[in-house]
Design a protein around this ligand. Structure first.
Ligand code: GUN
Ligand code: ZN
Length: 458
């Protein structure tokens, strides 16, 4: 058993932030020998009970849950900052040529090593991650994450059409490979598999159908893809699948919407799409730096919450407020699930602070142009929740990761709120938790992450 004494941030089951200025976090093995949180709360309340446990005292520091990144591409680490007119030319000119290199296991292993270092340096302890269409790219990342005891989810990309030589796969073989990878890696240590159709335009009907069959056969495996990111992409998907009601509905029509399915972007949606997300318990990975960089558009937080928060039995008053009202409504029972993601390399940073900041800015700007809607002012506690406990809920891993409540796996960060002169000046004047978290979100980056601690096994 081990304990840490510092300020302590965690979340209650409603997503409300709990903060102990002088807190204690006690960590020890569970029945399987995995390090989990045994107790968390005010130092004054817990100190006597855990007086014999060795304690690391970190005055001036904050203990917080490790961040959860709901959507990132490890093979695009070297694609960050490649400009293009929009998504489709960016894929063609930068992304596919880079990804073609991941047929080479040594290259994949080297990027996987850098990628995991960079996640941890930024305080990200779990990510739902795209590999490439090459089996060695998946093996390389799983092996690297396993070596570090990380809870990480990835899968082989499925793309059997509209993709160049070097990344395009074969329909039948891609499904055989997917099932073999599920059997090899899913549930081994802390690793999880995600069935990964790249996006509907890059997959034949047969490949999507096969992916859906595997999603039904292996219900505790994740599903990840992209949807409704860019208007040209939406038009293309609609033309390729004219029988589906919408781009999103293509995935539903192929058995790819269910709990543990996570779709990146979800920008160009109507309310029927949002209800489909809600009713199937499918989650959105909101990727604001990518959406800004590729000029894709803005996720509509207000609309997501409006259709999203109808606890069973309550009348259909689709008027729930967004933004300032705190995290309670996000992901509430019966709600449309969403959380935050970097989407590196369309996204521009591994840092959750940069992502939370961009989510705030894009929320302010709304979705239909600067003048048409007032936008929302997302509360800092909600932004933080969406990148920790809320993202864990979106992954169906609530109570496992993303929080520091008893029973959660002990993945956490030590934050230095005085990491830069300006942060030190601003955070020392914060009069409330909201002010403290806002200052960190607006001014913070990797320098704030002093340590990242990953739950170890016996
Ligand atoms: N849609 C299909 N593939 C991709 C990708 O690699 N990045 C993003 N942002 N969108 C996609
Ligand atoms: Zn992506």
């Amino acid at each position: 058993m081990q304990s840490w004494r510092a300020s302590l941030l965690r979340f209650d089951p409603d997503g409300q932030a709990l903060f102990d200025e002088d807190g204690l976090l006690v960590v020890g093995p569970n029945a399987e020998g995995r390090q989990v949180v045994l107790a968390a709360g005010a130092y004054a309340a817990l100190a006597a009970q855990y007086a014999d446990v060795p304690c690391t005292h970190l005055p001036g520091r904050i203990l917080a849950p490790g961040f959860v990144d709901l959507h990132i591409h490890y093979p695009q680490t070297d694609v960050i900052g490649s400009p293009a007119e929009g998504l489709l030319p960016w894929l063609e000119h930068y992304t596919f040529p880079h990804e073609a290199q991941f047929a080479d296991e040594a290259h994949a292993a080297s990027v996987a090593r850098f990628f995991c270092d960079e996640l941890l340096r930024n305080g990200v302890t779990t990510s739902l991650t795209f590999s490439t269409s090459h089996v060695p790219s998946v093996d390389a990342l799983f092996a690297e994450a396993q070596r570090r005891h990380m809870r990480l989810i990835t899968g082989k990309v499925l793309q059997d059409r509209h993709s160049p030589d070097g990344v395009r796969d074969d329909t039948e073989q891609s499904l055989i490979d997917t099932e073999a990878l599920i059997r090899q890696w899913h549930g081994v240590d802390r690793l999880g598999y995600a069935i990964t159709p790249r996006f509907a335009p890059s997959c034949t009907e047969a490949q999507l159908r096969g992916a859906g069959a595997l999603a039904a056969q292996y219900p505790d495996v994740w599903v990840q893809s992209h949807v409704a990111e860019n208007l040209d992409e939406v038009a293309w998907a609609r033309a390729l699948f004219p029988d589906s009601r919408s781009y999103l509905a293509i995935y539903a029509d192929h058995g790819l919407m269910r709990p543990r399915a996570v779709y990146a972007h979800c920008i160009h949606f109507d309310d029927d799409d949002r209800r489909l997300m809600r009713d199937t318990r499918t989650a959105a990975a909101v990727s604001p730096t990518s959406n800004l960089f590729l000029g894709s558009g803005f996720f509509d937080f207000a609309a997501a919450d409006r259709v999203g928060f109808l606890p069973p039995g309550r009348p259909k008053a689709e008027t729930a407020p967004s933004g300032g009202s705190g995290p309670r409504e996000a992901g509430e029972r019966g709600g449309m699930l969403y959380g935050l993601a970097s989407d590196v390399g369309g996204g521009t940073s591994f840092s959750p602070f940069v992502t939370m900041r961009a989510a705030y800015f894009t929320g302010r700007a709304a979705t239909t142009g600067f003048a048409a809607k007032p936008g929302v002012s997302l509360a800092p506690e909600k932004l933080w929740w969406l990148h920790t406990a809320g993202a864990a809920r979106a992954l169906d891993l609530e109570g496992v990761i993303g929080n520091l409540q008893p029973g959660c796996e002990a993945d956490f960060v030590v934050l230095n709120p005085a990491a830069t002169p300006l942060l030190a000046r601003r955070t020392s004047q914060a009069d409330s938790l909201a002010e403290l978290l806002f200052a960190l979100i607006v001014l913070g980056d990797d320098r704030v992450i002093e340590q990242t601690i990953i739950s170890q096994a016996k």
